[in-house]
Design a protein around this ligand. Structure first.
Ligand code: B1M
Length: 207
């Protein structure tokens, strides 16, 4: 399993998919592969990024390798009835086309065993509300990269409140212009300066 961890950490996507396939053929338990190798590898990547030892390219490459491995593993996890750590509705708010950070958040959460309902970019408040109503997630995650569109986060939190869904849904916000103070001001529950912080917050909720 250490080999798989190392290959994810260094972003060797082909080798990751091949190793997962081989472990499954050898009869190893899919949940063990996920929880003892793959998730810890991504935790390590998140820690390295937070400490400034990994930069964006290394993190993206590792996340891509994780995704390849997950694709092989997913059908077997479903077969084995492994429950996701929790469900998260995620998107970039209306008017905003930036999705690199949001995609990293999605990959990080999936890497930690969360089910991510990714609504994409330029997502109007009403679509977030509809998705929350339909999927009843643990949390709604909003990303914004523009000082103009970050105001749309407030509108989205308010729309959730008007729909009567605010109480059962934690709101996580992030993106370059977003701050802790802004998150508090708009009534969000948590500001994630990076994907790992967001993941750790959600893991705390799911426990
Ligand atoms: Co745009 N852009 N852009 N852009 N762009 C910025 C953001 C800008 C700062 C550049 C600049 O002027 N210096 C500026 C914003 C200025 C401002 O608002 N104050 C800007 C502008 C002005 C624009 C346009 C208006 C340009 C124009 O057309 N005149 C236009 C707007 C389009 C629109 O959205 N309506 C525009 C367009 C684009 C591209 C399409 C060309 C492209 C986006 C491609 C894409 O995303 N697929 C683009 C890019 C690439 C950038 C820069 C260069 C890089 C953004 C990025 O991906 N960063 C950016 C300048 C810069 O940041 N240096 C810029 C990497 C990414 C990983 O970081 O998203 O912050 P970030 O995510 C971080 C954290 O914030 C956190 O995790 C990530 C990893 O740590 N995080 C979360 C993010 N979301 C989170 C959610 C969470 C938790 C954590 O929980 C839910």
């Amino acid at each position: 399993m250490d080999v798989l961890k190392e290959q994810i950490r260094t972003g060797n996507d082909r080798e990751v998919a091949a190793l997962v396939r081989r472990y499954l053929e050898e009869g190893r338990d899919p949940e063990t592969i996920l929880k003892q190798a793959m998730i810890p590898a991504m935790d390590e990547v998140g820690d390295l990024f937070q400490r400034g030892e990994y930069f964006l390219p290394e993190m993206l490459i590792a996340a891509r390798a994780m995704k390849e491995g997950l694709q092989v593993l997913k059908p077997r996890l479903v077969q084995a009835g492994v429950e996701p750590a929790g469900r998260v509705v995620l998107g970039t708010v209306q008017g905003d086309m930036h999705d690199i950070g949001k995609n990293l958040v999605a990959m990080t959460l999936e890497g930690a065993g969360f089910e991510v309902i990714d609504l994409g970019i330029d997502v109007p408040a009403e679509r977030f509300v509809e998705a929350v109503r339909a999927h009843r997630p643990l949390a709604m995650g909003l990303s914004a990269l523009l000082t103009s569109t970050m105001l749309q986060m407030k509108a989205t939190v308010e729309a959730l409140g008007r729909a009567g869904l605010r109480e059962g849904t934690r709101v996580l916000v992030g993106g370059a212009p977003v701050t802790q103070a802004f998150a508090r001001e708009i009534g969000a529950d948590f500001y994630g300066p990076d994907p790992t912080a967001g993941k750790q917050y959600l893991q705390g909720l799911a426990r």
